[in-house]
Design a protein around this ligand. Structure first.
Ligand code: A3P
Length: 343
């Protein structure tokens, strides 16, 4: 697969990153290159993470060299699609849906040998800043078009080559009710740090010092971009996807310039994508079960950690009404006048 992708006729659809990443690209970390810059940034601890305040966001320290390299060196292709999210807001699901939509020419969603039945979505679509952190840009060059990549960086930290300068590269963002995000984040972090208290995670979200936060600034960075450039930035909500996944799949396909044809609609391809990427189907796959290994950027995290409950409203099982009202209040105040709200 690697040689096909790199050297010969370029397929018209993405291939799983893991199938292209054949392990032959040497790594050279840019860490030393930006070491002084990182060391000069304000820092704080959160859970097991060392955070640095970088252009208004508390990024995990080890992300920053890759972020800078990404900002300086990324050259987008016309049909690139960057999937973006704040962590625990539906990244894995969005990756699965986007891959299934974009790869449907070569991999019909109902096919028994579909890559998403053997690979975790994080193995199909790479974290772009992680690629740059490892100095592995050659892997990106080897990906056939359209390339699908993802990031947890806010819009304001994406490279100029993506956000300005006439690039027609598209960005899809998924957000989620911050109350459910914080519950999901706590469960996720506890896989690596079992003693972590919910209260500590909650407080860090409320005061804006959580990793990749403040959350409201993250969400607003993409919201504003989607309002200013709706053709280039698609803004989705996890809760809307849950309510009508088929509508989300159609929107995604249209936005990526590959709408479902009447024949595909009649054949039930939209429903097949929804089914392929459904929580129960993905959680039940061998590769995503406990012991199924680790994935993508989260090399220390087992793949099953990405599939917990997959619902809206689980916050009610973890926080008091007072806590919920407090977080809602903080977020409402920050979003006021922007046209964006969480129900
Ligand atoms: P919960 O912890 O609330 O269950 P991310 O992919 O950004 O890390 O987000 C993880 C959250 O998305 C988890 O939420 C996870 O269960 C949920 N999720 C993962 N795959 C999903 C799917 N196919 N459908 C719906 N939700 C999914």
């Amino acid at each position: 697969m690697a040689s096909t992708a790199a050297n010969t006729a370029v397929p018209s659809c993405p291939v799983p990153f893991k199938d292209v990443d054949d392990g032959t690209v040497p790594e050279h970390t840019p860490k030393d290159e930006f070491g002084d810059l990182v060391a000069a940034l304000p820092r704080r601890h959160q859970s097991i993470l060392e955070l640095r305040l970088f252009h208004g966001f508390w990024l995990p320290e080890h992300w920053i060299p890759g972020t800078i390299a990404f900002q300086r060196r990324f050259s987008p292709r016309r049909d690139d699609v960057v999937l973006a999210s704040y962590p625990k807001c539906g990244t894995t699901w969005l990756k699965a849906l986007a891959f299934a939509v974009a790869a449907r020419g070569a991999h019909p969603p109902a096919a028994g040998d579909h890559p998403l039945r053997r690979l975790n979505p994080h193995d199909c679509i790479p974290f772009i800043d992680e690629i740059f952190a490892g100095g592995e840009e050659a892997k990106l060059h080897a990906l056939p078009s359209p390339r699908l990549m993802n990031t947890h960086l806010p819009y304001t930290l994406l490279p100029d080559s993506v956000v300005t300068g006439g690039s027609s590269c598209r960005v899809v963002y998924v957000c989620r009710d911050p109350k459910d995000m914080v519950v999901s984040l706590w469960h996720f972090l506890r896989r690596a740090e079992p003693e972590l208290s919910f209260a500590e995670t909650f407080e860090s979200v409320c005061d804006g010092t959580v990793a990749v936060g403040p959350v409201w600034d993250h969400v607003l960075s993409y919201w504003r971009a989607s309002v200013a450039c709706p053709d280039r930035v698609l803004f989705l909500k996890y809760e809307d996807l849950l309510l009508d996944t088929g509508a989300g799949v159609r929107r995604l396909a249209e936005f990526m310039g590959m709408p479902f044809s009447a024949a595909e609609e009649a054949a039930g391809d939209v429903e097949a994508v929804v089914e392929l990427c459904s929580f129960d189907k993905m959680k039940g796959l061998e590769v995503n079960k406990p012991g199924g290994g680790t994935a993508g950027r989260y090399k220390a995290m087992p793949r099953d950690a990405f599939f917990r409950k997959g619902v809206a409203g689980d916050w009610a099982n973890h926080m008091t009404p007072e806590m919920a009202a407090r977080l809602d209040g903080v977020v409402r105040e920050k979003l006021e006048g922007t046209g964006l709200a969480f129900a």
